[in-house]
Design a protein around this ligand. Structure first.
Ligand SMILES: Cc1ncc(CN)c(N)n1
Length: 224
């Protein structure tokens, strides 16, 4: 069995909870309150700034030029494809790019990105890829599921979000990352595979916390 399949089975209950989350369901049926999406979009923009850095670290840790090139492509796609969706939504909300970048990260955003950056800076290439994979893989899965709901991808507000994450282009990037992890995991001792499982579970749990944070618009408990 491919290692990615083993990981998928391990986190299935968490990913199912993500699919059922009211924020995700609300995007799918168009009922999500816009102020929740606005909060999410700003936090997600900050999240993606740090997330993009993981690909730069991946290029540093890559063993060959072809893999470096793939990480460069992922970095470019994050900054110029995925984040342009966020910039479009920001425009709809009347938020400038400068305001977006100067926003304050919520505790969950900070905790999630800092966990991945810690793993990426201190761990192996396999650990780095494992930490960033639930983000890409689970969003593509969610995008595809929501895309099956009649009319969802044509929704005047949330349709663009669904189309982006369901897209073939996004799916190819996710698949390349899955394949890289399967190659990197091959021949590793069980002790190291268990460490990868733990990382994959942690970032899958962070995905759930991120939906929760957005749904409840969670910031620091005090304003100072
Ligand atoms: C929190 C989060 N997780 C995943 C993705 C998809 N790259 C995202 N934009 N934001």
């Amino acid at each position: 069995m491919k290692f990615s399949k083993r990981l998928y089975q391990k986190v299935k209950p968490v990913w199912e909870k993500n699919h059922r989350h009211p924020f995700v369901q609300g995007i799918g049926d168009g009922s999500l309150e816009k102020d929740k999406f606005r909060f999410y979009m700003i936090q997600d923009y900050l999240y993606l700034i740090d997330y993009a850095k993981l690909f730069a670290l991946g290029a540093v840790k890559a063993h060959d030029v072809a893999t470096m090139g793939r990480f460069a492509r992922l970095l470019d796609a994050t900054l110029n494809m995925e984040m342009s969706l966020h910039r479009q939504y920001a425009k709809k909300f009347g938020i400038s790019e400068q305001e977006l970048e100067q926003a304050q990260p919520a505790p969950t955003t900070l905790a999630y990105t800092h966990y991945m950056l810690h793993v990426a800076q201190n761990g192996t290439l396999a650990e780095l890829v494992t930490s960033l994979l639930p983000c890409m893989w689970s969003y593509h899965e969610i995008g595809q599921a929501l895309n099956q709901i009649p009319g969802a991808s044509e929704h005047e507000f949330y349709g663009d979000w669904i189309k982006m994450y369901a897209s073939e282009e996004f799916g190819e990037l996710a698949q390349w990352t899955i394949d890289l992890l399967d190659e990197e995991a091959e021949g590793k001792p069980e002790r190291e595979l268990e460490r990868l499982e733990e990382i994959f579970l942690n970032t899958s749990r962070f995905e759930y916390l991120f939906w929760e944070m957005a749904y409840h618009k969670e910031m620091w408990p005090t304003d100072d």
